[in-house]
Design a binder for this molecule. Sequence first.
Ligand code: SF4
Ligand code: SF4
Length: 181
Amino acid sequence: MLTQRAKQVDRRPMTGLESIYLWNILKGMMITLSHLFKKKATIQYPEQKRTFSKVFRGLQVLNRDAEGRENCTACGLCAVACPAEAITMEAAERLSGEEHLYREEKYAVKYEINMLRCIFCGFCEDACPKDAIYLSQTFAPANYGRKGFIYKKEDLLIPHPIEQPEAYKKALGEKVVKADG
Ligand code: SF4
Ligand code: SF4
């Protein structure tokens, strides 16, 4: 026995009342009725929304620093760490004059996450040395086609903190911004 919770099966012969199952049907109906007066486990989504746990891991966000430059340096560590092989990217060299767009000399010109593969484990966030990706408190909305679940860089990138401060703050949610971006 692996636990102490095993329940002994009652093998006594059934009484006359038990053999017509009426008592058991009544017992079942009483349980159903009692649930009518209990607090409902379901909610009226989307009008009502649940508050998620502090450790809830949802849709990924590609982060920027305080000046609005993309943090991602296309090192590929997130893709290597991903157990679902959901991340693909293409790197490019930052050109002169693009210093205000990308924080590092290399950046991801293409970055995609397949949300149908993603298991929201958070390994990509843990693996990232640049605080460039994190899992937010939102989840991927429903979609009619498989292609709609391939999230591109434009879908994942956080709004610009200076150009769109409100949208940036909303996207940031509970995320704590590190001092170095
Ligand atoms: S959360 Fe996990 S499964 Fe999803 S992209 Fe990141 S590492 Fe891959
Ligand atoms: S998100 Fe982070 S780990 Fe992934 S490629 Fe960009 S810098 Fe590297």
